[in-house]
Design a protein around this ligand. Structure first.
Ligand code: CDP
Ligand code: CDP
Length: 213
């Protein structure tokens, strides 16, 4: 019998998935996996080893060797790693290997929160709660821009905006596991929502699902 309570959170870049997922995991005492980090860590391992990004067999083996325990957003936040991640994420063999590891993580007791692009549609189609978190491209670019500026790095809004749109096109346009809301996902547009408001909206959906299990 399955007792693990899985919360699937999907959406485009900078929609607020990670912030919301961490908050939910803390609040409910659930394990959290940012699946974007699995793609980023695989890409970084390839870059570090000087391996090509377009050799699917090499990328697959790298994905199979990945240790989920060591993932750290701080060492994976680099822009070049994000670009490389979104390139290897189109390869079916890479996705198969990482999805397998993500599913193992998802079964941890007492509950898990996974965020990414294909959690509700592919990784955990039976999740107890599915949220599709989104915001307008302009709002998402602004959030990314503010993060870069807060780190004291030079930021160009127009470049960040173009980048967000390119990433969306790649995520939504790929043949394998394109980004889209699951049919049974709750849509959460955070364009005009504070982090707290988004959390409260998510909480009411989660609490209702917990009550009716
Ligand atoms: O994980 P994802 O790329 O979807 O986004 P994130 O890293 O959680 O959020 C991107 C930025 O937007 C963070 O700096 C959040 O603090 C901010 N944010 C916000 O301002 N308002 C929200 N409702 C959600 C996130
Ligand atoms: O870089 P960004 O914040 O937009 O995304 P991320 O969540 O750090 O993920 C890096 C890349 O991995 C994304 O551009 C996606 O193409 C890919 N990804 C995916 O294909 N499926 C997931 N479940 C998570 C991420």
């Amino acid at each position: 019998t399955k007792t693990t309570f899985v919360i699937a959170i999907d959406g485009p870049a900078a929609a607020g998935k990670g912030t919301l997922s961490r908050r939910i995991a803390d609040s409910y005492g659930f394990h959290h996996l940012d699946t974007g980090l699995t793609y980023r860590a695989t890409a970084k391992a390839l870059l570090d080893a000087g391996m090509p990004l377009d050799d699917e067999a090499v990328a697959e083996q790298t994905a199979l060797d990945l240790d989920l325990a060591g993932l750290d957003r701080n060492v994976l936040s680099d822009h070049a790693i994000g670009e490389a991640a979104s390139k290897i994420a189109v390869m079916p063999a890479v996705r198969r290997a990482l999805v397998e590891a993500q599913r193992r993580f998802a079964s941890k007791e007492p509950g898990t929160v996974l965020d990414g692009r294909d959690i509700g549609t592919v990784v955990c189609p039976d999740a107890a709660v599915k949220l599709y978190v989104t915001a307008s491209p302009d709002v998402r670019a602004r959030r990314r821009f503010d993060e870069i500026a807060a780190r004291g790095e030079p930021a160009d809004y127009q470049a960040v905006f173009e980048d967000v749109k390119r990433r969306d096109a790649r995520d939504m346009g790929r043949a394998d596991s394109p980004l889209k809301p699951a049919e049974d996902a709750h849509l959460l547009d955070t364009s005009e929502m504070s982090i707290e408001a988004a959390f409260q909206a998510a909480r009411s959906v989660i609490d209702a699902a917990l009550k009716s299990r």
